[in-house]
Ligand binder design. Sequence first.
Ligand SMILES: [Zn+2]
Ligand SMILES: [Zn+2]
Length: 369
Amino acid sequence: MARTGKDYYRILGVPENAAAATIKTAYRKLAKQYHPDANPGNPAAAERFKEVGEANGVLSDPSKRKKYDQMRKLGAFGIGGARAPGAGTTTSTTGFSFEDLGGLGGFSEIFSSIFDRARKEGGPRTGGPSKGRNVEYSVDVLFTTAAVGGKVALSVPITEKCAQCKGSGGAPGAAWKRCEECSGSGSVSFGQGTFAVKRPCPACAGRGRKSAEPCGSCDGVGKLRQNRKLHVSVPPGAQTGSKVRIPGHGESGESGGAPGDLIITFKVKPHRFFRRDGNDIQTRVDINLVQALLGTKIRVATVSGNKAELRIPPGTQPGTRFRLTGRGVRRDGKAGDQIVEVRVRVPEALTPEARERVEELADLPDVKW
Ligand SMILES: [Zn+2]
Ligand SMILES: [Zn+2]
């Protein structure tokens, strides 16, 4: 697996010629700061903790550090040797493979899988049944669907139990043996002393035993990431940030545990004509000068999809607001209204004939223009 090269010196905040003791001190300080136990539920901190551990794993080992420094000098990272003179900070841009560094790949990969798994499962497994993780998903909803309710189609990426091996990770019929990495306990400790973290064993995915032949469908993981297609009901009056919980549609549980829930957050798209104001819908329509003067009937779009008839009385002023009762958002047995603000369009140019007629109008006695 190719991974992007990282500037371990920058991660630990130490100079390139830092002594082993300096590296150790910097690592201890950062590991304490970003330790998952001190930052529960903080994936960014977990990511930093992982990075710091990765950096320390390389820089604290003289032979790995030597290899790493050589790669760095060759500019393999887009850092080090390739750096512009005088540049204060370095960034890693060029991808390189940890495999180039020999033994490092395995180390970093184990580290990644430990944390990925820990993140996925919310901590070390105890072996008993545990409920599957909840999955949060955000979905765009049309303005009118949110206003009157309806359904939206979703395709949610969910990690599900592998159907072929039923989550065991072993090829059907293959023999099982005790996992040697964790001596069958299912968990491993990473780090030392106060920094030690217990995580599910990456070699056996916390099972404590390994199949002689991994499942071909999931590579022995027992889970697969799949897109689950489903339709979700949008309640009338849904707003951006409204959530619905669909029990049992999250990730599958462990050891017979119940699946988690799917939690959908709606994001209502703005509409070019309608605007929400509580349960009311605000709209604006244009009428022309003659319609404003003489009055008319117009048809106005409503959120239900039907058009409503609106009577404009003679002598309607620009900016007049009309109320279409019950044409707003229907929620909790109550319905809001649709407010229609009328704008009056005035012709920008007149033909000579029209101009003459308007001038005649202007001369009419008894009309207060
Ligand atoms: Zn194991
Ligand atoms: Zn499988």
